[in-house]
Write a new protein. Structure first.
Length: 399
């Protein structure tokens, strides 16, 4: 069976020495400084109707290192500094293509602390990773091995708000192969009472990870709010405590979604979901917290890239398709269907439906129709593998 040759990132925790932590912290600061300087230079040039590209900012970096004010940039590896200029170039490319907003300056307190090293900035031998400007290898917790004979092409080191250190290695993974083809298809309806409802009738409970730690989180946030604002040690400790609770919630949620999406991709050839606009749905202040905790967007992203890896198909039915109000037995459309109605009976055929199972069945039928008539005209999402369906016409109710 042919190999996909997919690029895959393997992420591990590591525990740096004091010297390594200090070196990486300096690198993070220099990366942020170079990014902001280059963004300011490109913004000023744009105001003068001049274009500045990556090559120009790279030359600026060389000049900045020679000044007395910015001489500290030479104390860290030049590879992450060049990479942040490439990231800025990518951000402007997306902006000019109208795929993203104008790049923003990096904040010392809020921006992600990370540095990316290419092959010239690290050495990976015999299972040990040594970064540039460091004498000792990183003490990595190998929670899973890298594929045999694989060498990372880039290494990204980061530190989260909870103070944990991570290293992510991007590799060509030869172990990812398309799975044997199946003749099964499933419709997936997302919800809040149940995280997922499948067209097979199976309902997957919503674990509500944030609600389980809500009391602890609220207490930690109250303690943080009482600390004097500034750079005091007590405020840093309180902020770190809040971040650890958030990290615990996110880790549990991500672990559950990985297991769930892997199972769905392995068991089904075609998966039909609804093309929801979550960013608009969270504007409903009554449901925003529950929708964010369910993490529907992350579920879809995982489902799409895993389907692309393993030779499966994900079809997104248009968000305006009335999956909940349509009878899956006779096709009759109900006039209204409030969220409080969980079970209803069709006026035409008398079939009693579970609201979520009925919606999943309708999504499956619409998705299978798309595979016959072709893909729709709606744009693709940024993640690969998702095929948008055409906007489904609402059937007229017979008089």
């Amino acid at each position: 069976m042919p190999t996909n040759h997919v690029k895959r990132a393997f992420k591990y925790r590591f525990h740096p020495t004091d010297a390594q932590a200090a070196e990486l912290s300096r690198t993070f600061g220099c990366v942020r400084k170079v990014y902001n300087l280059a963004l300011a230079a490109r913004t000023e040039a744009w105001a003068r109707q001049e274009r500045v590209n990556y090559n120009a900012t790279s030359s600026m970096l060389t000049a900045w290192k020679k000044t007395e004010e910015l001489a500290f940039l030479s104390d860290v590896s030049s590879v992450p500094l060049q990479q942040t200029l490439r990231h800025l170039q990518t951000a402007f490319t997306h902006f000019f293509a109208k795929r993203a907003k104008y790049p923003r300056f990096k904040s010392r307190k809020k921006s992600r602390k990370s540095a990316e090293y290419t092959t010239s900035g690290f050495r990976f031998r015999d299972g040990t990773l040594t970064l540039a400007k460091m004498a000792e290898p990183l003490e990595i917790v190998w929670s899973r091995p890298l594929p045999d004979g694989v060498q990372p092409s880039t290494v990204t080191v980061s530190q989260d708000a909870a103070g944990r250190w991570f290293v992510s290695m991007l590799c060509d993974d030869p172990t990812v192969r398309p799975l044997p083809a199946l003749d099964t298809a499933v419709g997936v309806d997302v919800g809040l009472d149940h995280l997922l409802t499948l067209s097979t009738g199976e309902k997957i409970a919503n674990p509500r990870h944030e609600r389980r730690d809500r009391v602890r989180l609220a207490k930690a946030q109250r303690e943080l709010s009482r600390k004097a604002r500034g750079n005091g040690a007590n405020r840093r400790k309180a902020r770190r405590k809040v971040a650890r609770i958030h990290a615990r919630i996110a880790d549990r949620r991500r672990d559950m979604l990985h297991k769930l999406t892997t199972r769905l991709v392995r068991e089904n050839q075609t998966l039909v979901i609804e093309d929801l606009t979550v960013r608009n749905m969270v504007k409903n202040h009554t449901l925003a917290r529950a929708i964010s905790d369910a993490s529907w967007s992350e579920f879809r992203s995982m489902l799409e890239y895993k389907a692309a890896w393993y030779g499966r198909e994900v079809i997104a039915v248009d968000r305006y398709f009335p999956s909940s109000r349509l009878c899956s037995s006779c096709g009759t459309l109900q006039e209204k269907m409030p969220l409080s109605v969980r079970t209803w009976t069709c006026d035409s055929c008398g079939t009693t439906h579970d609201r979520d199972v009925n919606a999943a069945n309708n999504l499956l039928a619409a998705g299978l129709a798309v595979t016959v008539c072709g893909a729709g005209v709606r744009p693709q999402r940024r993640t690969p593998g998702g095929q948008s369906a055409t906007k489904q016409k609402t059937p007229r109710r017979e008089p």
